[in-house]
Design a binder for this molecule. Structure first.
Ligand code: ATP
Ligand code: MG
Length: 224
C-alpha cells in the first residue's frame, strides 16, 4: 500500500499534440479520500488530465503514480486490470448500452471485473434510488436517472477512485443537486477518492479542494 497522503501523484505530466499542448508540466498530489473539483475554461486540459490519471491516455512525458504504482510504466493489459480494480468512471454522456436494461448495464461492469451478480447489481441500483427502474432501457430513463445508473455502475466494484468528467453537464439544476447529494452520501459511506471535472461553480463547491486549470497548467489550488 502506498502513502495515504500521496495516493495519486503526478510529476511533471505533459501532453503534446501536433497542434496543441494539452498539459504543460502538471505536478499534483491527491490524498486518499479527498474530493477534488477540477475547473477551468474549455480547452484548458481537464479531460486530458482525467484520461491520463485513469491510464486511458498516455502522457507525452512525466509520471503518474497511483497507490505507489507507476501507471505510466504499465503494459496495456496490466493497466486494464488496474483500472478495473481501482477506478470507477462517470462521464457527461452516460455511455450506457442502449439495448440492455438498467440492471444489465450495471452487471456488465461486474462481469468485466469478476462475476456478474444480479442481486448485487439490483442492490446497487436500490442504493442510488433506482430500484424501481431496474428493467428500464436507457431510452426509457431521464438524463438524471441515467446518471444515477452510471454512478451505480462506476461504484459496483468498490473502486478506491471515482473519476467524473462533467457528470452533471447535461442536467438541470434540480437533477444536478440530486446527483451531488447522492454522490455525497455514497462518499461519506465509503470514503473513496473523487476527482470531478465541472464548469459549474455549484458543482465544484461540493469538493473540499478546487484545482483551477488554464492553458494546460494548474493556476490555483484552493481548500475550503
Ligand atoms: N486528440 C487530440 N488531438 C489534438 N488536440 C487535442 C486532442 N484532444 C485534446 N486536444 C486539445 O487539447 C486541449 C485540451 O483539451 P481537453 O479536452 O483536455 O480540454 P477540457 O478542459 O476538457 O475542455 P472542455 O471543458 O471543453 O471539455 C484542447 O486545446 C484540445 O483542443
Ligand atoms: Mg473536457
Amino acid at each position: 500500500m502506498g502513502s495515504a497522503d500521496e495516493f495519486i501523484k503526478l510529476r511533471c505530466v505533459s501532453k503534446e499534440y501536433a497542434t496543441a499542448s494539452a498539459l504543460r508540466g502538471i505536478d499534483m498530489v491527491v490524498e486518499k479520500g479527498q474530493w477534488v473539483s477540477v475547473v477551468g475554461p474549455s480547452g484548458s486540459g481537464k479531460s486530458t488530465l482525467l484520461n491520463i490519471m485513469s491510464g486511458l491516455d498516455n502522457p507525452t512525458s512525466g509520471q503518474v503514480v497511483i497507490d505507489s504504482t507507476d501507471i505510466t510504466a504499465m503494459k496495456e493489459d496490466e493497466m486494464a486490470r488496474f483500472r478495473r480494480e481501482k477506478i470507477g468512471f462517470v462521464f457527461q454522456q452516460s455511455h450506457l448500452i442502449p439495448y440492455l436494461n438498467a440492471v444489465e448495464n450495471v452487471m456488465l461492469a461486474q462481469y468485466f471485473h469478476s462475476i456478474a451478480d444480479e442481486r448485487e447489481a439490483a442492490d446497487s441500483l436500490e442504493r442510488v434510488g433506482m430500484g424501481h427502474r431496474i428493467d428500464h432501457k436507457p431510452s426509457q430513463l431521464s438524463g438524471g436517472e441515467q446518471q444515477r445508473i452510471c454512478i451505480a455502475r462506476a461504484l459496483i466494484n468498490s473502486p478506491q477512485i471515482l473519476l467524473a468528467d462533467e457528470p452533471t453537464g447535461n442536467l438541470d439544476r434540480e437533477n444536478t443537486r440530486k446527483i451531488l447529494e447522492l454522490l455525497n452520501r455514497l462518499y461519506s459511506e465509503r470514503q473513496f477518492t473523487i476527482i470531478l471535472v465541472t464548469h459549474d461553480p455549484f458543482v465544484a463547491q461540493w469538493g473540499r479542494r478546487t484545482i483551477t486549470m488554464e492553458d494546460g497548467k494548474i493556476i490555483r489550488d484552493e481548500y475550503r
